[in-house]
Design a protein around this ligand. Structure first.
Ligand SMILES: Cc1cc2nc3c(=O)[nH]c(=O)nc-3n(C[C@H](O)[C@H](O)[C@H](O)COP(=O)(O)O)c2cc1C
Length: 186
């Protein structure tokens, strides 16, 4: 049986190193694990609680993709010491209406790349707080903090840093273990 992972980047820019981490994860995924990169974040409006019960099509699509996935893999930048607004907005839509969140019990793995040496430590910690409230099943180890991201990729955006590649492979393995424990989506 194939394990389906939905990969979400916290950055919209074309040359995003975080989206590039997700492409690396696609290459590093073992047989039987399929990683699809979500491309709809740009189409999501700002969260509006008046619309949470009857949301626009882009939100319905997001929720369906998360619900159908066995697990979620996030690669996020750190913006001003925290979670990028684009990603927080996406999670707010996915978490509502209250009691109907598609993230409840969902296996989730987090990684991130940034220019500083801290490699999104602060943003990832804030993200873990969000998933704590959402009752998602978050992988804790290995921690994947790709610092000084400008040194880790070639000009085509391929992740060349072997340590980071090894950590991402380990993160995918840990996510698959979490999926095995929680159960595969129907
Ligand atoms: C609005 C903004 C805020 C940023 N704040 C931080 C920060 O708090 N910590 C950090 O390490 N880098 C910060 N950076 C730099 C990012 O690490 C860098 O732009 C990174 O490459 C963004 O990820 P991306 O390559 O996926 O777009 C910030 C960049 C932007 C645009």
């Amino acid at each position: 049986m194939t394990i389906k992972i939905l990969a979400i980047s916290g950055a919209l820019r074309a040359a995003s190193t975080n989206t590039a981490l997700l492409r690396a994860a696609q290459q590093l995924a073992p047989e039987g694990v399929e990683i699809e990169i979500y491309e709809g974040a740009r189409d999501l409006p700002y969260f509006d609680q008046d619309l949470e019960g009857e949301p626009p099509a882009s939100v319905v699509d997001l929720r369906e993709r998360i619900a159908a996935a066995d697990g979620v893999l996030i690669a996020t930048p750190e913006y001003n010491y925290s979670i990028p607004g684009v990603l927080k907005n996406l999670l707010d839509w996915a978490s509502r209406p209250y009691g109907e969140s598609v993230l409840t019990d969902k296996p989730v793995a987090i990684m991130g790349a940034s220019m500083s040496g801290f490699g999104t430590v602060r943003a990832q910690n804030h993200l873990r707080d969000v998933f704590h409230w959402l009752d998602s099943k978050v992988v804790t180890k290995p921690e994947v903090h790709v610092g000084q991201n400008h040194t880790r990729f070639d000009e085509q955006g391929n992740l060349t840093d072997e340590t980071s590649r090894g950590l991402i492979a380990g993160l995918i393995a840990a996510l698959v273990l979490k999926v095995d424990r929680v159960g595969v989506a129907a």
